[in-house]
Design a protein around this ligand. Structure first.
Ligand code: ADP
Ligand code: MG
Length: 484
C-alpha cells in the first residue's frame, strides 16, 4: 500500500459552501430590515467550514467591524440551526468577492424584493368569472403621488380617468424610463376607480402575466374562455407593454381584447418604457394606442425630488433634517426608485442605531451602494458640510477602525503585509490633510526616516490613480475623518 498522500487543498469556494451560506442567510434574512440585509450581506459567502469554524468572507474591510459588532451572534445562531457542529464564526475580508457572481452570493437573486414577500399569498385576486388581477397596492394613491413638471400631464390624465373611466382619455398611455412612477400611477388610478365604484372589475396585470395567461390558454385550448373573461372587465390596466415585442400571438389577443373593451367604452390604461410609435409591435396595435391620451413621465427636477423625499419620509414616519433630504435630492438624480432606496437605508440606520441620519451617514450609505456622492460633487457644485478639524489621533483611529488593525501595530515596527497599506495610508493622509512634514510623520511612526515616509506617501498617491478600490477606501476614511 502506498503511503497516504495529503489531498490537494480544496478550492477556495465550492457550490456546497455557497448553498450552505444561502441556507444560513434564509435564517438571517427575516430577522433584519431588508435594507440592512442587502447592504451588509451583499457579496458575502462562506469560505470554509472545518472543525466547527465557519469562515465567512466579507467583500470590504469596513464590513468587518460591523459584522463583528452586529451580526456575529445572529450569524452563529443561524449557522448552528443549519449545521449544529458550527461553534464559531471567523471573518475574512476578501475584496475579490466584490461584485463577483462566481465567488460571492448574488443576494438579490436568492432574496428577491420585499414587496412581493409582503404580498405573499395575496399577490393575486380572483375577480368575477375567474378573472385574475394582481392585488393593487393600497400604498399607491394619486394623493401620495408628488406632482412636478416631469409628470404633471400624466398625473392629471390619471385623475381625469379616475373621475370618468371610459371617457375622453381612452386609452390612456403612459410612458417613461424605469423607476419614474408609471406603476405607481397605474395602480393609483385603479385604486381611485375602485374607491368610487367598489363593484367595478378593475384588472391590473403586467404584460408578462398577460402573456403567460395567453400561453396557458393556448396550451389548454381555452382561448375562448380567456377572451370571454377579459371582455367582462370594466377597467383593464396593463403595465410595461414594451414586453409585447416579438410576441405576435399575445399581441393579437391583446388587440382583440382591446377592441372589444374599447367598443364597450371600457377604460384601458397602458404603460411602456417608450412612446407608442417606438414600440416594436404591429402597426394596428400602435395606432390603437395613439387614439387616446398619451403622457410621459420623466426625471424629476431637484425641487420635485425633494418633495418626493419629504412625502416618503412622512410615509415611513421618519423625521429627517431638511439638510439631509436636500443632500439626497442633490445627489440621487436619476430616478425615484433610487431616491426611495437611499431613504429606506436611512430609515434602517435610524431603526438600527436609534440615531438621526446625518449627511455623513447618508454619504456613507451612498458610497456603500456605489453611488459615491463625491463623483457627482463637481457637477452639482455641492460642498459637504460638517467639516471639522481632525487630529493625528483621529486619523490613526479612523484608519485603524476601517482596516481593523490596531493603532499600535500601525505606528509600530511590524512588517506584516496587512499593516503596510494602512500605515502608508495613514502617512499619506497625515501629509495631505494635516500638512505634517515628512520628518514629523517619521517621528510619529516609531522614528522612521523621512525618506521612508516620502516613499509611502508617493506610493499611495500613485496607486490611487489606477486602483479605484484603494481610492474608495481612502475616500471613505477621509469622509469618516470629516476632512473632505
Ligand atoms: P416605474 O413603474 O416607472 O418603473 P414605479 O411606479 O415603480 O416606477 O416607481 C418607483 C418608486 O418611486 C415607487 O415606489 C413610487 O411610489 C415612487 N415614485 C415615483 N414617482 C413618484 C412621485 N412623483 N411621487 C411619489 N412617489 C413616486
Ligand atoms: Mg413599473
Amino acid at each position: 500500500m502506498s503511503p497516504a498522500v495529503a489531498p490537494p487543498p480544496a478550492p477556495v469556494i465550492d457550490q456546497t459552501l455557497r448553498d450552505l451560506w444561502v441556507t444560513i442567510l434564509r435564517g438571517i434574512e427575516p430577522k433584519l430590515q431588508r435594507s440592512q440585509f442587502i447592504t451588509w450581506f451583499k457579496d458575502t459567502t462562506v469560505l470554509g467550514n472545518e472543525e466547527g469554524t465557519l469562515v465567512v468572507g466579507l467583500p470590504l474591510p469596513m464590513f468587518l467591524n460591523w459584522h463583528m459588532e452586529h451580526y456575529r451572534v445572529l450569524t452563529l445562531e443561524a449557522a448552528q440551526a443549519v449545521e449544529p457542529s458550527v461553534r464559531q464564526i471567523v471573518y475574512k475580508v476578501d475584496v475579490g468577492l466584490r461584485d463577483n457572481r462566481e465567488r460571492s452570493t448574488d443576494i438579490l437573486q436568492f432574496f428577491p424584493e420585499q414587496k412581493r414577500r409582503k404580498l405573499a399569498g395575496r399577490q393575486e385576486v380572483k375577480l368575477a368569472e375567474g378573472i385574475v388581477s394582481k392585488v393593487l397596492n393600497p400604498k399607491y394613491t394619486l394623493e401620495h403621488f408628488v406632482v412636478g413638471a416631469n409628470n404633471r400631464l400624466a398625473h392629471a390624465a390619471c385623475q381625469a380617468v379616475a373621475n370618468q373611466p371610459g371617457g375622453k382619455y381612452n386609452p390612456l398611455f403612459l410612458y417613461g424610463g424605469v423607476g419614474l412612477g408609471k406603476t405607481h400611477l397605474l395602480q393609483a388610478t385603479g385604486n381611485a376607480i375602485l374607491k368610487q365604484a367598489p363593484k367595478a372589475t378593475v384588472v391590473y396585470t403586467t404584460t408578462e402575466d398577460f402573456t403567460n395567461q395567453v400561453i396557458e390558454a393556448i396550451q389548454h385550448q381555452k382561448m375562448e374562455q380567456l377572451r370571454r373573461r377579459y371582455r367582462l372587465v370594466d377597467v383593464l390596466i396593463i403595465d410595461d407593454v414594451q414586453f409585447l415585442a416579438n410576441k405576435e400571438r399575445t399581441q393579437e389577443e391583446f388587440f382583440h381584447t382591446f377592441n372589444a373593451l374599447y367598443e364597450e367604452r371600457k377604460q384601458v390604461i397602458i404603460s411602456a418604457d417608450r412612446p407608442p410609435q417606438e414600440l416594436q409591435m404591429e402597426d394596428r396595435l400602435i395606432s390603437r394606442f395613439e387614439r387616446g391620451m398619451i403622457a410621459d413621465v420623466s426625471v424629476p427636477d431637484y425641487e420635485t425630488r425633494l418633495a418626493i423625499l419629504s412625502e416618503k419620509a412622512a410615509e415611513y414616519e421618519i423625521f429627517l433634517d431638511m439638510h439631509v433630504l436636500q443632500f439626497i435630492a442633490e445627489h440621487v438624480t436619476r430616478n425615484v426608485r433610487e431616491l426611495e432606496g437611499i431613504l429606506m437605508q436611512a430609515v434602517a440606520l435610524y431603526e438600527l442605531e436609534q440615531r438621526m441620519p446625518t449627511i455623513k451617514s447618508i454619504a456613507e450609505i451612498m458610497r456603500k451602494l456605489n453611488k459615491d456622492p463625491y463623483v457627482e460633487e463637481e457637477k452639482v457644485g455641492f460642498e459637504t458640510p460638517e467639516k471639522r478639524k481632525a487630529t493625528f489621533q483621529d486619523l490613526l483611529e479612523s484608519v485603524s477602525r476601517y482596516y481593523s488593525v490596531s493603532v499600535q501595530d500601525m505606528i509600530g515596527q511590524s512588517r506584516v503585509r496587512e499593516i503596510l497599506v494602512p500605515r502608508q495610508i495613514a502617512m499619506f493622509l497625515g501629509k495631505k490633510h494635516l500638512r505634517m512634514s515628512y520628518v514629523r510623520l517619521g517621528e510619529m511612526f516609531s522614528n522612521r526616516d523621512h525618506t521612508t515616509v516620502m516613499n509611502a506617501v508617493e506610493k499611495i498617491e500613485q496607486k490611487q490613480q489606477n486602483d479605484p478600490q484603494l481610492l474608495r477606501e481612502v475616500r471613505a476614511i477621509e469622509q469618516e475623518l470629516g476632512v473632505v
